[in-house]
Design a protein around this ligand. Structure first.
Ligand SMILES: Nc1nc2c(c(=O)[nH]1)N[C@H]1C(S)=C(S)[C@@H](COP(=O)(O)O)O[C@H]1N2
Ligand SMILES: [Mo]
Length: 519
């Protein structure tokens, strides 16, 4: 039987006992067969997805499922270790795990056929379910996973059989060809990803409307010219990126619509072109991630161009009793923002279409995202926005709230030392950094050197309460090892706490402390 890896001992000695069937125990060949079949199967699935729908990629779908199921502490640990490289890291881990399962399936297939094929089928099923249950996906999105499973199962059975029916070289050759074909298909898939290229073309053609008001930093605000100090406005290319989307959603602006719905008198929906015709103004806001550790850099300031969320809510007319807006993104993310914050006339909450003078980049939420001064991103800054649902905190729950984070997330007053970040020569040393308390503003920054008193630092002019503030201290530094510690006070007099708290459930606290060698 061609598909059963049993062989007949041959040649039989004339006086030997009956030739008997034996199960080959060449586990190593079987494992190689499994890995080769796995590589070919993944390549086939990815290639199918890239042609048909990049979001339906079996690998990325399973990756997204893993992200969904990752407990917050692990997420924080991975972000801490890999920063924005957390996603490539996850993909590599996934590949290794899947190929290891492939090796195992090969061994199983050799020992107990068709168990190996069953394992492949189960993997395919998991990928298919992951692909279908992604937000905005449908049953056809299972196709790439089905193809992965079919290619994987068939190749596994065939290669395991070959591992015992043909010579070792011929077997290794066919395994190598399968694996190489898989890698080639995977590379081709990456370069194809049709939807992704389409989005860049769409972004390139956007003509942003003229702002009714522009945001320009006061000349004096950027006055602290210290090498290594965080610039007031973050270059878009350097802007941190945090989201649950393994591959950023490719949203076509031509078919994009925002639904404003829920507990409102006048639900409506609006398309991209229509939105661009609304009054648009610029506003500088420092965005903050709740996962930012003390001293971390998961924050950035941009000049956002957008239209007032408050005005859109006036049009929808929320009903009495509503107290939350649940915003959703095309990646399945959702955020719970207090309705009162979005209705606050004193707060520049934007439906943003532009970032630093250009259309929103795909990574930062093209075509439309939210920006709300004073709240962490996970409760306010929904990218690839598709829906605003007016509701209540006791009725609806946002993405991170079901994963150990608070339903409400106002930014905590905090500060960071940027320089010195390397050994410095004794003499006058600039100690500098940024401090933030979005929407309240920074009134004071103090520095402690070793166990000395808290000394007031120089502050750059404030741009607005919504933007971080640069600070500097001119330190006459003596030789030796020193400890520097910073703390900020917000405009309401609240002093940044020294009490240590982790990022979950509502933002880290503690004082940023650095050691510096003065030589
Ligand atoms: N659609 C979507 N929007 C999202 C997220 C997400 O995972 N998906 N993450 C939020 C979080 S946690 C933060 S801190 C900000 C980060 O925005 P940025 O990537 O543009 O810096 O986006 C927010 N908006
Ligand atoms: Mo975040």
């Amino acid at each position: 039987m061609a598909d059963r890896p049993f062989v007949v001992d041959a040649p039989a000695e004339p006086d030997a006992p009956e030739p008997r069937l034996r199960a080959p125990r060449d586990d190593r060949s079987a494992a190689i067969a499994g890995i080769a079949a796995g590589a070919a199967a993944i390549g086939a699935g990815e290639l199918t997805a890239s042609v048909f729908n990049a979001a339906a990629s079996p690998l990325l779908s399973v990756g997204s499922l893993v992200i969904d199921l990752t407990p917050p502490f692990l997420k924080s640990a991975v972000i801490a270790a890999f920063g924005t490289g957390d996603k490539p890291f996850l993909v590599v881990v996934l590949l290794v795990v899947v190929l290891a399962i492939g090796a195992l399936a090969g061994v199983l297939q050799a020992r107990r056929p068709p168990l190996g094929v069953v394992v492949v089928a189960v993997l395919g099923l998991v990928a298919a379910v992951a692909a279908i249950t992604r937000s905005g996906a449908g049953v056809p999105d299972a196709a790439p996973s089905v193809i992965t499973a079919v290619v994987g199962g068939a190749l596994l059975a065939r290669l395991v059989t070959r591992s015992v029916t043909t010579g070792r070289r011929a077997f290794l050759m066919s395994a190598a060809v399968s694996a190489a074909a898989g890698v080639a298909a995977g590379v081709l898939a990456r370069s194809l990803s049709a939807g992704q290229r389409g989005v860049q073309a769409a972004i390139d053609t956007v003509v942003l409307p003229k702002p009714t008001a522009t945001a320009t930093a006061p000349a004096a605000a950027d006055s602290l010219k210290v090498a290594g100090l965080t610039p007031l406005v973050t270059d878009t290319a350097d802007f941190y990126r945090i989201d649950i989307a393994l591959s950023p959603p490719a949203v076509d602006p031509a078919s994009w619509r925002l639904e404003v719905t829920g507990e409102v008198e006048h639900p409506f929906s609006i398309g991209y072109d229509e939105l661009l015709k609304l009054p648009m103004h610029e506003s500088a806001t420092t965005l903050m991630c709740v996962s930012n550790p003390v001293g971390g850099t998961l924050n950035g300031t941009a000049v956002w161009l957008g239209t007032s969320i408050r005005d859109l809510l006036v049009r929808a007319a929320p009903k009495a009793g509503a107290d939350m807006v649940l915003s959703s993104g095309a990646d399945g993310f959702s955020a719970s923002t207090p309705l009162s914050v979005l209705q606050d006339a004193g707060r520049d909450s934007l439906l943003a279409v532009g970032m630093n003078g250009e259309a929103l980049p795909q990574l930062h939420g093209f075509p439309v995202r939210m920006v709300v001064p004073g709240l962490y991103g996970y409760v306010s800054a929904t990218k690839w926005l598709t829906r605003l649902e007016v509701t209540r905190f006791d009725r609806a729950t946002a993405y991170w709230t079901t994963r150990g984070y608070s339903a409400r997330g106002p930014v905590k007053v905090s500060s960071r030392i940027d320089v010195p970040n390397r050994p410095s020569a004794a003499g006058v040393v600039d100690v500098a950094g940024v401090a933030w308390a979005q929407h309240t503003g920074i009134a004071r920054v103090q520095l402690q050197i070793d166990d000395g008193p808290w000394r007031d630092c120089e502050l750059a002019d404030a741009w607005s309460a919504d933007v971080w503030r640069q600070w500097r201290y001119r330190w006459t530094a003596p030789k030796g090892e020193h400890t520097l510690r910073v703390r900020a006070t917000d405009a309401k007099g609240l002093v940044q706490t020294a009490k240590l708290a982790g990022e979950a459930p509502d933002g880290a606290t503690g004082l940023h402390t650095v050691q510096v060698s003065i030589t």
